[in-house]
Write a protein that binds this ligand. Structure first.
Ligand code: ZN
Length: 372
């Protein structure tokens, strides 16, 4: 039922682009601690303007994670601290060495709406958030110290002036690039390659030297290591502190924003993986009296050690790729609340077939363009 309601809401928003803008405004009396919009329905919340949300990064639980990033930089002796603010997407602007963090991560109610509208909450858990934050910190430090203009940068990563591709064809398993955000994002552009490499380097207890031993990507990590040592303690030449496309000055309603997002990324279709998962597993397990329902995610997790190497060999790809597929499948199976269908042997056979297929698809696919 929830799924149908969500898609109806999305369609309504997607076609509402030219409709007159309605607005739900904050009450005069705003002395209460809680944000005034947390109890609004989805429909009402969509008619609130960003600037009326009253959201700030400092008041949100995200402030702690930004502090964590600063501690990680401090640990590496880097004096630079990228400033952070809330906007509608993740990005680090050209010319401003800071990081925009999407608003929906600042409050659970907004996260819920984001999932409903976009089917995914980018950076929605602690680890994922820190991975993206380190990546964006890479862009910010590149801007702050104008690293991309140096010859060493160009020789290591390529010319930063290269236009961004609309979409790119990643080569899974390529050892010339580090693997961090997934979708082989480092391969999309020299500045992305740098940001990804920086993120791998910055991660606390990063074992990059052994992890990337014998990889050509190691030279990039060595570059980052040497460059960061070089700039340690030095104040950056670029120090702009402005908040580009800040939420506080954004007068659009959430509905206008989501209409734009849905137009840009297309009304999110049901993902192909989900459809396959729902065929192999089931939402409504038939269980014999006294029997137990078995969760598909637990089932897959148990299969993982056995299947990972086998599938990698069969497809002829890295185990890392299979690992990514399995991780996604387990997460989606959990989110879709799927259970094992029929007897265990058949389920195992079907799961193995599906995971092989998904790995093959991913290996052949063109990566989705991300706006990071
Ligand atoms: Zn990026």
């Amino acid at each position: 039922m929830a799924a149908r309601a969500a898609s109806a809401l999305r369609s309504a928003v997607a076609v509402a682009r030219d409709a007159p803008v309605r607005r739900v405004t904050p009450p005069r009396d705003r002395t209460r601690k809680r944000y005034w919009w947390t109890r609004l329905s989805d429909e009402e919340l969509l008619d609130v303007r960003f600037c009326d949300l009253g959201l700030t990064l400092e008041r949100s639980p995200l402030a702690k994670r930004v502090a964590r990033l600063y501690a990680e930089l401090d640990e590496r002796g880097i004096a630079f601290r990228p400033h952070c603010w809330l906007a509608v997407e993740w990005f680090s602007p050209d010319g401003t060495p800071g990081i925009a963090i999407p608003f929906f991560l600042a409050h659970p109610r907004l996260r819920k709406l984001e999932r409903l509208m976009m089917q995914e909450v980018e950076g929605g858990n602690d680890r994922w958030f820190m991975r993206i934050l380190r990546h964006e910190a890479g862009h910010a430090i590149d801007t702050a110290y104008r690293l991309r203009r140096t010859r060493a940068f160009r020789e290591t990563f390529g010319p930063a002036g290269l236009p961004y591709p609309d979409s790119y064809r990643p080569r899974p398993g390529s050892r010339r690039y580090v693997q961090h955000l997934g979708s082989w994002y480092a391969q999309s552009h020299p500045t992305e390659d740098f940001a990804e490499t920086f993120a791998v380097w910055l991660k606390p207890n990063s074992r990059w030297r052994s992890q990337y031993e014998n990889w050509p990507a190691l030279a990039k990590l060595e570059y980052v290591d040497a460059t960061m040592r070089d700039i340690a303690g030095r104040a950056p030449p670029v120090r702009a502190r402005n908040h580009v496309e800040s939420l506080a000055t954004d007068t659009r309603t959430l509905r206008e924003h989501y209409a734009e997002m849905l137009a840009r990324y297309g009304t999110p279709r049901k993902r192909a993986e989900d459809e396959w998962l729902e065929r192999v597993f089931t939402r409504e397990p038939r269980v014999a009296r006294g029997g137990r329902r078995r969760r598909a995610s637990t089932f897959l997790r148990r299969l993982r050690p056995r299947l990972q190497a086998a599938i990698a060999t069969r497809v002829g790809c890295s185990e890392y790729l299979v690992h990514q597929v399995m991780r996604t499948a387990i997460r989606r199976a959990d989110e879709l609340k799927l259970y094992v269908r029929g007897d265990a042997r058949a389920a195992r056979r079907h799961a193995e077939w599906l995971l092989t297929k998904l790995t093959r698809d991913l290996e052949r696919s063109t990566g989705r363009t991300l706006t990071l």
